[in-house]
Design a protein around this ligand. Structure first.
Ligand SMILES: [Zn+2]
Length: 272
């Protein structure tokens, strides 16, 4: 944790978050949150921690951008659209940063396992949403197996499930690549272990996200078009209450699923 690592981390994070802000993937608060998260991961962690977060961040931002037009109809059912703000950045990366700090205080490779599990979960979930949302077949509810409109919380499809697994594997692969570059002997860096952890934690963590989303996420219904939405208004009209708790918004669901991903990654490590 040298001064130069803080400077390199700050510059690297500022350049990448700056590009994302310029490309309208981040709001101003999202930019600030991403710079803080990236700097801490590089300076307190290493290239492995920093690069794995960036791999999630860049791949999911690019997917969102590429698909934005195609899914503009589905997007309107979400509370937040387009730019990621600080709340979303911390919901996705906050636990990852805390795990990195815990590893610095109480060094143990299980913190790294949990970290990979968190990012595998959020990445798998983002890939599932972005790619699954493009599927022409209607998703089914993970709870009732009934068909639900594309973009509905808790909706799963074959394309989305394959994207989930690919998203988890991608994080495992990137964690391995960046850990080679960071040369940290303290990290568990076997190729097979990282792919396995990314796949298992990403898939089960993302399924957890779907179940919590379908059961407890705050959801309202548009009285005009009948869509299930998070927003207080839709079609210029006040929406009515459908289910869930007010505090259980998409960010809260993501955070709980991230914790599940961390636990699963630790269990997956113990299973080997
Ligand atoms: Zn509507």
């Amino acid at each position: 944790m040298t001064l130069s690592s803080w400077i390199i981390g700050l510059l690297g994070a500022a350049v990448i978050a700056g590009l994302a802000y310029w490309k309208r993937s981040l709001s101003a608060s999202g930019f600030a949150a991403a710079v803080i998260a990236g700097t801490v991961l590089y300076a307190v962690g290493s290239l492995a921690w920093f690069g794995t977060l960036i791999a999630f961040f860049v791949s999911s931002s690019l997917l969102s951008k590429c698909k934005q037009k195609a899914k503009s109809a589905a997007e309107s059912t979400y509370e937040k659209t387009g730019r990621r703000d600080a709340g979303q950045v911390f919901a996705n990366g906050g636990i990852a940063v805390i795990l990195c700090l815990l590893n610095a205080l109480f060094p143990h490779f299980l913190w790294w396992a949990a970290f990979v599990g968190v990012l595998a979960t959020v990445n798998a979930d983002t890939w599932a949403t972005e790619i699954g949302g493009l599927s022409s077949s209607e998703p089914r509810s993970i709870l009732t197996l009934k068909k639900v409109p594309t973009g509905t919380s808790g909706g799963i499809s074959l394309a989305g499930t394959l994207a989930t697994m690919a998203g988890g594997l991608f994080i495992g692969l990137c964690a391995w690549l960046f850990s080679l570059g960071s040369g940290s002997a303290a990290l568990h860096v076997s190729f097979g272990w990282l792919l396995w952890t990314g796949l298992v934690a990403g898939t089960i963590g993302s399924l957890t996200d779907s179940v919590i989303g379908a059961k407890w996420q705050w959801m309202r219904r548009c009285v005009v078009c009948g869509k299930d939405v998070e927003a207080a208004t839709h079609c210029s009209t006040k929406t009515s209450y459908l289910r869930g708790e007010k505090w259980m918004n998409n960010d809260a669901v993501n955070m709980i699923a991230s914790l599940a991903g961390a636990v699963i990654a630790v269990l997956a490590t113990a299973s080997l």
